[in-house]
Design a protein around this ligand. Structure first.
Ligand code: GDP
Length: 491
């Protein structure tokens, strides 16, 4: 253990003591919300806060269903240096006259919700008033994948990244960057122009992997796609190199320059995030756009599984020496949630859950995970569709009905953002293994032109306001999610 990590440890210990002292009478849960870009973090967190503050139909959230949640309100957040999660603006976007999805997460943000509740009384006595403080931290899942970098030096990372780019789906999108890489001598003199060019090509490859048609689950460095406050910073101007198996970087070389920046990224970006933010979380929900991966096919699914394994390894308790010297994760509940389940008929919700359960189980095995309680759920934080049935010949087909976003296309038709359509979403297979091997489930509602298999994007639901009360957002299984994440603290 070096001096730096001792200092890190001391800082965490001091903070934990202070947190423990202040939390003795007023328990606080620090809940992390993460997931890759477009997984649904912003929508989820907005819906969750709305449900707590304004209410929702939540039979599976027991304290709430039993009438023991007296009220919940927003309160000033504890960390002045973290941007606030702008829940009001997101809610206005979702429910305003020109209802639309809010802008997604691009950086870390925080919000505090104070829940007043009555503890359950076991012997028929009076219920005592209590308070739970919920600090919610929303951050890009891309940053979590950076943990893998802490265990790899520049050579190992370069090698692994180049190898991964050779997969069947990745190879075509990596081609331009790889061609440039092959014509490059790592021992050539350092050059800012080359560094910039190479890092732009490499970032282009990472970005192309996130297109819906390939739906790959990204590779570190996480800030290349989600730079947060580091947007445009030279610390992000590096890329992997094709290096010899042995030997040191010649001084003044491109190799030495890239290695230095890689190290700077690890110590100035990755470590502070894990030390200052991640290590303080008590509970975590990881949102996963499993439908997008299932729709794109088996390589996207395998890739998602790898990403889940990497995510899970971050929650292992102190197994790995370099990791335990930096921080000790204290997350005791970890929920993986497949989002946007409203794209499916309810008959497939359990199936989506089973698929995610299967993926997570494999990842748990591979990560030798032995820490927190892990569960999975298939949810829609905001339900944009309703169910109906449509007659096709003699058959009654279960369909979902919603308003596609303006400009969305299906079967040659371009939607105007007002008209409602019925879509037969297709069933997920009953056997999760079959689902993991196949793909393209939601393609039936998509455009045939250009082989675009994206599923139709619906607008947020049109809410009918009743009286003066703020509107309640319809959801799928948000109540079960809350029960797992904080139900025990409201007992
Ligand atoms: P983030 O990047 O993880 O913050 O993702 P967002 O919360 O911004 O969600 C990305 C997009 O996914 C949104 O713009 C919506 O189009 C869609 N989305 C997210 N949650 C839901 C949901 O519950 N139902 C539906 N139908 N779409 C959703």
């Amino acid at each position: 253990m070096n001096f730096n990590s001792l200092l890190d440890e001391a800082r965490i210990a001091a903070r934990s003591l202070a947190e423990a002292a202040s939390g003795a009478f007023d328990p606080t849960i620090r809940l992390g919300v993460t997931g890759l870009s477009r997984a649904g973090k912003t929508v989820f967190l907005t819906a969750l806060v709305q449900a707590l503050v304004n209410g929702a139909r939540m039979p599976a959230f027991r304290a709430y269903a039993q009438g023991r949640v007296v009220g919940a309100r927003l309160s000033p957040q504890p960390d002045d240096a973290i941007p606030r999660f702008e829940v009001e603006a997101h809610m206005r976007a979702l429910t305003g006259p020109d209802r639309h999805w809010p802008e997604g997460t691009r950086r870390i943000s925080e919000l505090r919700v104070v829940i007043n509740f009555e503890a359950a009384s076991f012997f028929g006595g009076s219920r005592s008033p209590r308070r739970l403080t919920l600090d919610i931290v929303d951050y890009p899942g891309e940053w979590l994948l950076d943990l893998a970098l802490l265990g790899q030096d520049f050579r190992q990372w370069s090698q692994r990244t180049i190898e991964t780019s050779e997969g069947a789906t990745r190879a075509p999108i990596a081609a331009e960057w790889r061609r440039r890489l092959e014509n490059l001598d790592p021992s050539a003199p350092e050059s800012e122009d080359t560094a910039r060019e190479l890092s732009a090509l490499f970032t282009g490859y990472l970005r192309a992997g996130r297109d819906d048609r390939v739906a790959l689950s990204t590779l570190p460095p996480g800030r290349f796609l989600m730079p947060g406050e580091m947007e445009g910073s030279p610390a992000l101007t590096f890329a992997p190199l094709s290096l010899p198996a042995e030997g040191e970087a010649p001084s003044g070389s491109l190799w030495a320059m890239m290695e230095r920046r890689y190290e700077a990224y690890r110590s100035h970006v990755v470590k502070p995030f894990f030390r200052d933010h991640f290590s303080r979380l008590d509970r975590q929900v990881v949102l996963v756009d499993a439908l997008a991966a299932l729709n794109a096919g088996p390589e996207a699914v395998a890739d998602l599984e790898n990403a889940l394994t990497d995510v899970l390894s971050a929650f292992r308790h102190g197994r790995n020496s370099w990791m335990s010297s930096l921080f000790r994760p204290k997350v005791d509940r970890l929920l993986f949630a497949a989002t946007k389940a409203d794209h499916l008929h309810h008959t497939s919700h359990d199936r989506l859950e089973a698929i995610l359960r299967r993926l997570v189980a494999k990842a748990v095995e591979r990560a030798e995970f032995g820490g927190a309680a892990v569960d999975v759920v298939a949810l829609a934080a905001v339900r944009a569709t309703r169910e109906a049935s449509a007659r096709a010949g003699k058959e009654e087909l279960p369909v979902i009905v919603g308003v596609p976003e303006k400009g969305e296309r299906s079967n040659g038709q371009v939607f105007d953002g007002e008209e409602e359509i019925a879509v037969f979403p297709g069933d997920l297979p009953e056997d999760p293994e079959v689902a993991l091997r196949a793909g393209g489930y939601l393609g039936r509602a998509a455009s045939e032109e250009g082989g675009d298999l994206r599923f139709v994007k619906f607008r947020p639901p049109l809410l009918v306001k009743s009286g003066e009360k703020p509107p309640q957002l319809p959801h799928i299984r948000l109540d079960r999610t809350l029960e797992f994440l904080i139900g025990d603290a409201l007992a």
